[in-house]
Design a protein around this ligand. Structure first.
Ligand SMILES: [Zn+2]
Length: 594
C-alpha cells in the first residue's frame, strides 16, 4: 500500500461530506452513490465498502440509474478525442490502447457507438481494464461491443450497471493501493492452464488426451514447485493429488478439489477454480510457515464432464470406491476402449481399487466452483453458499401417434405426436415453476423423418428434472406421468419414457455449510444461500463424507460451458480469503475435538 492510499479508518471516521469527497470519481460524475453509502458505515472491509456502493445503486430509482449510465463517456468517443474525459476514464481508455486505434478501428468503434446508442439510448459501457485489471485488448473490446449490441434492452441495462460496478471496483483498488494478489495468481494459473487444448483457438480438454495429461503435469509441477505441497502424485485414474501435511503425521485430512477436464469449447474456470483456489491457499500457508492441526489434500479430478466416454465422475468415483470396472470397456468416438486409453497414458488399471479413501480419516470435503448460472451475477454478489446439489432424473422419451396427410386430416381427427409433446412441455414448465429451485427441461426435441406436409406420427424428446430434494424431484416426475396419461388418452397418442440417469440430491452438511457462511460474512459480504443446479464432484464425495460448496460469480451473466465463461481476479481473491477463513474455523473446531 502506498503512503498516499486511502484507508478504511479514514473513511469510517470522516464526516459525510468528506466521505463523499474521498470517493469522488469512483462512480463517474455521480457523487450521490458515495453520499448514500455513507449511512452504511462503518465498513469492516474494502469488500463491504464496495458492496455498500453497489447496494446504493441497486436501490436507486431507474431514472437515477439511467443518469449514472449516461454520465459515462463513449468508448473511444468524441470526449476521448477532445481530451475532455475524467482523469479516471482517460487512464482506463489509454491503458486499453483505445487512444492508439487504427483509423479503421476508430471508424468501426464510432459506428458501434452510434448503433448502440440508437438501439438502447445510453452509451456502451465496458470495464476496459477487464477481469484481471490490467486491460483488455482492442480486439476483445471490439468483439464484446459487437456481441452486446445484439442483446436485449433489459439485459444491457443490467450489464452496463455491472460494468460500472467493475469500473468502480478497480478505481477503488487503485485508491486503496489494493492488489488482489492471490486472486491474480489463481487467474494467471487458469490462463496458463487453458493453453493446453485439443483444439486451436478453443478450450477442449477431455479425458487422457495429450492436452489433458499436459494439464495434469502442469498442475503437479505448480503444486510441488510453486506452492510447496509435501507430496504430489498423479494417481491411477489421472487425478492430481497434492497433500500439505498437518502438524502431526497422524493428523486427519480435509479433502478439497474439483475437475480439470472441460467440455468441448468450454470455459477456463469450470472445475479448475476449485483446484487453483486451494493451491493459492497452500502457497500462502507454506510461505508463512503455517501448519494446521489437519492435513489438506487437494485433488485435481481427472474427469467429471463425461465428454470422451459415457461414464462421468471417473476421477472422484475412484476415491469413493464407486469406479465401476465395466466402464473400462466403454469406447470413445474413435473406438478406443477406456482400458486402452488408460494403458497408453501409463495408468495402471489394477491400482484403481487402492485409490478408495478411508472416510474415517477425513474431516470432510469442500469444493469451490464457478456458479455456472446467472444468479450471483444478477445479485451483484461475488460469492454464494451452496445449500444442496440438486437431485436429478433424465428420461429419453418418444410419443407415437399417427402420421397422416397435413392437408386432408381435419384437426379433430389427428393423433399428432409433436402437439402432444408440446402440451407436455408447457405442463412441465408450469409445474416446475410452482416449486422453488425445481427445474424441468425438454432439451432435445425432434420429429424423426418429419415433413412439412405430414402430421407428426412420432416425436422424440428428452426430459430432465432437478430439485433440491429427491422427494420434490420425484413428486414432479409423478405429476408428469399423470399429465402423460391424460394427454395420451385425450390425443390418442402413446408416450413412452426410458429413465437414463438418476442422481440423488446432495444437501450440504449443516456444519460445513455454516463454515462457508461464516467465511463469507467475515469478508463483510452478505451470505447468499443457493442450490446448485449442476452436478459436481462434491456429489460423489457426498456419499462417503460431509461436504459443502462455495460458488463464485461468473461474468457475462454467469454463462458457462462456453468460452465467454469468466471471473474477476477480485472475486477469485475473495474465494481464496474465504477458504483461508474456513481453514481457520476448522482448525479451531478440530482443536476442540468436535
Ligand atoms: Zn464443473
Amino acid at each position: 500500500m502506498s503512503p498516499n492510499s486511502l484507508n478504511l479508518n479514514t473513511l469510517n471516521e470522516a464526516d459525510a461530506a468528506a466521505f463523499a469527497q474521498h470517493l469522488n470519481g469512483i462512480y463517474e460524475h455521480s457523487p450521490w452513490v458515495g453520499e448514500r453509502a455513507a449511512a452504511l458505515r462503518p465498513f469492516a472491509s474494502l469488500h463491504a465498502l464496495k458492496h455498500a456502493l453497489v447496494s446504493a445503486v441497486r436501490q436507486a430509482s431507474r431514472d437515477e440509474q439511467l443518469a449514472l449510465i449516461r454520465a459515462h463517456p463513449e468508448l473511444a468517443g468524441k470526449a476521448m478525442v477532445a481530451k475532455s474525459l475524467t482523469a479516471e476514464s482517460t487512464h482506463e481508455q489509454s491503458t486499453a490502447g483505445l487512444t492508439h486505434c487504427s483509423p479503421e478501428e476508430f471508424a468501426h468503434l464510432q459506428q458501434l457507438n452510434a448503433d448502440y446508442n440508437a438501439r438502447f439510448g445510453w452509451p456502451f459501457i465496458l470495464a476496459v481494464r477487464g477481469p484481471r485489471g490490467v486491460g483488455l485488448s482492442r480486439q476483445e473490446i471490439i468483439s464484446t461491443f459487437e456481441r452486446r449490441l445484439h442483446g436485449s434492452a433489459a439485459f444491457e441495462f443490467a450489464e452496463v450497471r455491472r460494468n460500472i460496478h467493475r469500473i468502480a471496483e478497480i478505481r477503488l483498488n487503485d485508491k486503496f493501493g489494493h492488489t488482489p494478489l492471490q486472486g491474480q495468481q489463481v487467474w494467471d494459473w487458469a490462463e496458463a492452464l487453458a493453453q493446453h487444448s485439443e483444439v486451436e483457438g478453443a478450450l477442449t480438454v477431455t479425458y487422457l488426451t495429450e492436452p489433458h495429461r499436459a494439464c495434469a503435469k502442469q498442475l503437479a509441477d505448480w503444486m510441488r514447485d510453486d506452492c510447496g505441497f509435501d507430496r504430489v502424485d498423479i494417481d491411477a485414474v489421472g487425478n492430481v493429488v497434492g497433500v500439505y501435511d498437518g502438524q502431526t503425521a497422524d493428523a486427519p485430512r480435509l479433502l478439497t478439489g474439483s475437475h480439470y477436464d472441460t467440455v468441448r469449447n468450454g470455459g477456463k474456470y469450470d472445475g479448475r477454480l476449485g483446484i487453483l483456489v486451494p493451491m493459492a491457499v497452500v502457497r500462502a500457508l507454506k510461505a508463512s510457515g503455517t501448519r494446521l492441526p489437519y492435513a489438506l489434500e487437494v485433488v485435481g479430478f481427472s474427469e467429471e464432464e463425461g465428454q470422451r466416454y459415457k461414464a462421468t465422475f471417473l476421477g472422484s468415483s475412484a476415491l469413493t470406491g464407486q469406479f465401476d470396472a465395466r466402464w473400462l470397456d466403454q469406447q470413445d468416438a474413435q473406438g478406443i476402449p477406456l482400458r486402452e486409453a488408460m494403458r497408453r497414458a501409463g495408468l495402471c488399471v489394477d491400482d484403481i481399487p487402492q485409490l478408495r479413501r478411508d472416510a474415517s480419516r477425513y474431516l470432510g470435503f469442500v469444493e469451490v466452483h464457478i456458479e455456472q448460472g446467472p444468479v450471483l451475477n444478477a445479485l451483484d454478489l461475488p460469492l454464494g453458499v451452496v445449500t444442496s446439489i440438486n437431485g436429478s432424473v433424465r428420461f429419453m422419451c418418444e410419443a407415437i401417434g399417427q402420421a397422416c396427410h397435413a392437408g386432408t386430416t381435419p384437426m379433430g381427427q389427428r393423433q399428432d405426436a409433436a402437439a402432444a409433446v408440446a402440451e407436455l412441455i408447457l405442463a412441465l414448465e408450469k409445474r416446475a415453476a410452482q416449486v422453488r429451485d425445481l427445474v424441468g427441461t425438454v432439451g432435445m426435441l425432434e420429429v424423426p423423418q418429419g415433413s412439412i406436409n405430414v402430421v407428426p406420427g412420432r416425436c422424440r424428446f428428452s426430459l430432465d428434472i432437478r430439485a433440491t430434494t429427491d422427494a420434490a424431484r420425484d413428486a414432479c416426475v409423478a405429476d408428469m406421468r399423470e399429465h402423460i396419461t391424460r394427454i395420451s388418452e385425450a390425443r390418442g397418442v402413446h408416450i413412452q419414457l426410458e429413465e437414463t440417469m438418476r442422481a440423488s440430491a446432495a444437501p450440504s452438511h449443516p456444519t460445513w455449510q455454516a463454515h462457508w457462511e461464516a467465511a463469507v460474512a467475515a469478508l463483510g459480504l452478505p451470505v447468499h444461500r443457493m442450490p446448485s443446479g449442476a452436478g459436481h464432484d462434491a456429489m460423489t464425495l457426498h456419499t462417503v463424507m460431509p461436504q459443502a460448496m462455495l460458488f463464485v460469480r461468473g461474468l457475462n451473466a454467469g454463462i458457462s460451458h462456453n468460452p465467454l465463461e469468466s471471473i474477476t481476479a477480485d472475486d477469485a481473491d475473495l474465494a481464496v480469503q474465504a477458504f483461508h477463513h474456513l481453514l481457520a474455523t476448522v482448525a479451531t473446531t478440530a482443536a476442540q475435538g468436535t
